[in-house]
Ligand binder design. Structure first.
Ligand SMILES: Cc1cc2nc3c(=O)[nH]c(=O)nc-3n(C[C@H](O)[C@H](O)[C@H](O)COP(=O)(O)OP(=O)(O)OC[C@H]3O[C@@H](n4cnc5c(N)ncnc54)[C@H](O)[C@@H]3O)c2cc1C
Length: 430
C-alpha cells in the first residue's frame, strides 16, 4: 500500500490557504507553516476579479464570499477636469462577469472556512518562521524557528507561498527581485455612498497624483457594516511621514483642488474617524522568475511573481496558482505516487505565459500612474483616450482586468476553472 503523501506549505496567505484546500481535497496530508502567531491579516481591501471568483467557486467558498464582499461592476478613472480616462466594465468581457471588493480579513476567513471539511488532512504550525528549505534523497527538509526553539521537519514536497519578500525562493530561479519606487497609503472607511458604490473609482492627475476608492463590503465580525478602502499613491520615501508628520491637510488640499465632492466626503470621514487615524502603508516588489518549480520544491503567489497592484491581479494570480497546482497534481498522480517532472511541466503549461503576460503589462503601466516622468501622464491620457473609443480594445481591456488572459491572444474560460473535475488543460487555453 503506497504511503500517503505529506506536503508542507510555507505561508498562510491567499496562495497558501487556497493550495492547502486543493491538496487536502486530493487526500494529501498538508502541514501549513505561518510565521505570524495567529491568522489576523492586516491591510486594506482588494479586488477579486472574475478569475479569482472562478477559483472561489472551484474551492466551494464563493457563496460565502459574495455574502460579505461588495459586487464591483467596473472601474472608472477620472482626470482632474472630471472627464473619464478609464471606463472599463466587466460586462464588456462577458455579460455575467463582475468583480468582488473584499476586505483582507474576509478573504482569509472565507479561505479558512473552506478548509474546515478537510481538517483531518491539515496540520497547523503557527508562529513557525521557516528559514531554510533543502531538497535531498527524495524528500524536502524544512528548518526554522518557533519562538526561541529551532525545528526541522521532513516532507515529500514543499511549496513556498510566503509573499513578495520571500527569502526562501531558490536564488537560481530568480531573474528580477527589486522594490518599486512608489507605494501607497490605505485607510479603511465606512462605505463611500457619494458615487456609485458598485464601481472602483480612481482619480488621476498626470502620473504623480492617484487616489482610489474601492468598496470592500463587510468583515465577518460586523457583517452589517459596509466598508470602503481609500488609497493614495506616494513615493516610498514619503510613506512613513504621511501619518506621522500629519501630511493629511496637504493631501486634502490636493484633492480639493481637483475633486471637490470627494474632498468634502473625505474631510467628513476623517473627522468621524479622528480617534482611529490608522493609515496602512503598502510597498510593492517586482519579482520575475525563470521557473516556478522543480523536483520537490515549488513557489506560489507573490513569492513567485510579485508585481505592482496596478492591474489588481496579485491575489487572483495567487488563487490561479493554487488552482493550477491542484490540476497539475491531479494530472501527475498515479496510485498515490507523484511524477514531479510531469507535475511541473503541467504547472508551467498553465501558469507561465499567463504570469509573463500580466507582469509585462504591470511593468509597462505602473510608471504611467506612479512616477515623476513628465511624459508619462500625457502619453497615458492620449493612448487610453484613443483605445477606449475602439470596441475591440475595450473588450480586450475588460478581459485583461478580469484576470483570464493567458497571453496576448489567448484566455482561460471561467467555467473551466470553476468546475471541480480535472481538465484537459490544453482545451482550456482558447
Ligand atoms: C496596496 C496593495 C493593493 C493590492 N490590491 C490588490 C487587488 O486589488 N487585487 C488583487 O488581486 N491583489 C491586490 N494586491 C496584491 C495581493 O495582496 C497579493 O498579491 C496577495 O495577497 C499575495 O498572496 P500570497 O499568499 O502570495 O502572499 P501573502 O498574502 O503576502 O502571504 C504570505 C504569508 O506568508 C507568511 N510568511 C512570510 N514569511 C514566512 C516565513 N519565513 N515562514 C512562515 N511564514 C511566512 C506571512 O506572514 C503571510 O501570512 C494588492 C497588494 C497591495 C500591497
Amino acid at each position: 500500500m503506497p504511503k500517503t503523501l505529506h506536503f508542507a506549505i510555507v505561508g498562510a496567505g491567499t496562495a497558501g490557504l487556497a493550495s492547502t484546500i486543493l491538496l487536502a481535497r486530493q487526500n494529501i496530508q498538508v502541514s501549513i507553516f505561518e510565521k505570524a502567531a495567529k491568522l489576523d491579516p492586516v491591510g486594506a481591501g482588494l479586488l477579486l476579479q472574475p478569475s479569482g471568483l472562478a477559483v472561489f467557486q472551484h474551492l466551494d467558498v464563493l457563496e460565502q464570499a459574495l455574502q460579505l464582499g461588495a459586487e464591483v461592476t467596473g472601474l472608472e478613472g477620472q482626470l482632474a477636469d472630471g472627464s473619464l480616462l478609464v471606463n472599463s466594465h466587466y460586462r464588456e468581457a462577458h455579460p455575467q462577469y463582475f468583480g468582488l471588493g473584499i476586505h483582507r480579513a474576509t478573504l482569509c476567513h472565507v479561505l479558512e472556512s473552506g478548509l474546515k471539511p478537510y481538517q483531518d488532512w491539515v496540520s497547523w504550525y503557527m508562529n513557525h518562521d521557516v528559514e531554510q528549505i533543502i531538497e535531498q534523497n527524495n524528500e524536502t527538509i524544512l528548518k526554522g524557528k518557533h519562538g526561541q526553539d529551532t525545528f526541522e521537519m521532513h516532507f515529500d514536497a514543499v511549496f513556498i507561498a510566503n509573499g513578495a519578500r520571500s527569502q526562501l525562493r531558490p536564488k537560481a530561479w530568480v531573474e528580477t527581485d527589486q522594490p518599486y519606487p512608489w507605494g501607497a497609503v490605505w485607510k479603511i472607511v465606512p462605505e463611500c455612498q457619494i458615487n456609485n458604490p458598485k464601481i472602483l473609482h480612481q482619480f488621476y492627475d498626470r502620473s504623480h497624483i492617484m487616489m482610489g476608492i474601492l468598496p470592500t463590503g463587510a468583515i465577518p465580525e460586523h457583517p452589517n457594516q459596509r466598508l470602503s478602502s481609500v488609497f493614495w499613491s506616494l513615493p516610498t520615501e514619503k510613506l512613513q511621514s504621511f501619518s506621522t508628520q500629519n501630511a493629511q491637510p496637504e493631501w486634502l488640499d490636493e484633492i480639493a483642488k481637483r475633486w471637490s465632492k470627494e474632498s468634502d466626503w473625505l474631510k467628513d470621514i476623517l473627522k468621524q474617524t479622528e480617534n482611529q487615524n490608522v493609515w496602512l502603508t503598502a510597498q510593492y516588489r517586482d519579482v520575475v522568475m525563470k521557473q516556478f518549480g522543480q523536483g520537490r520544491i515549488g513557489v506560489l503567489g507573490d513569492a513567485a511573481h510579485a508585481m505592482s497592484p496596478q492591474l489588481g491581479q496579485g491575489a487572483n494570480m495567487a488563487l490561479l496558482d493554487a488552482w493550477a497546482l491542484g490540476q497539475a497534481v491531479e494530472y501527475s498522480m498515479q496510485n498515490q505516487q507523484l511524477d514531479f517532472v510531469k507535475l511541473w511541466q503541467k504547472y508551467h503549461e498553465i501558469r507561465y505565459s499567463a504570469t509573463q503576460f500580466y507582469q509585462f503589462l504591470s511593468r509597462l503601466l505602473t510608471p504611467l500612474y506612479q512616477s515623476h516622468h513628465i511624459w508619462a501622464g500625457p502619453l497615458r491620457d492620449l493612448c487610453f483616450g484613443f483605445m477606449y473609443k475602439i470596441p475591440y480594445f475595450r473588450k480586450e481591456m475588460a478581459i485583461t482586468i478580469s484576470g483570464l488572459k493567458t497571453g496576448a491572444f489567448s484566455q482561460l474560460d471561467y467555467q473551466d476553472i470553476a468546475q471541480k473535475t480535472p481538465l484537459n488543460i490544453r482545451n482550456t487555453l482558447k
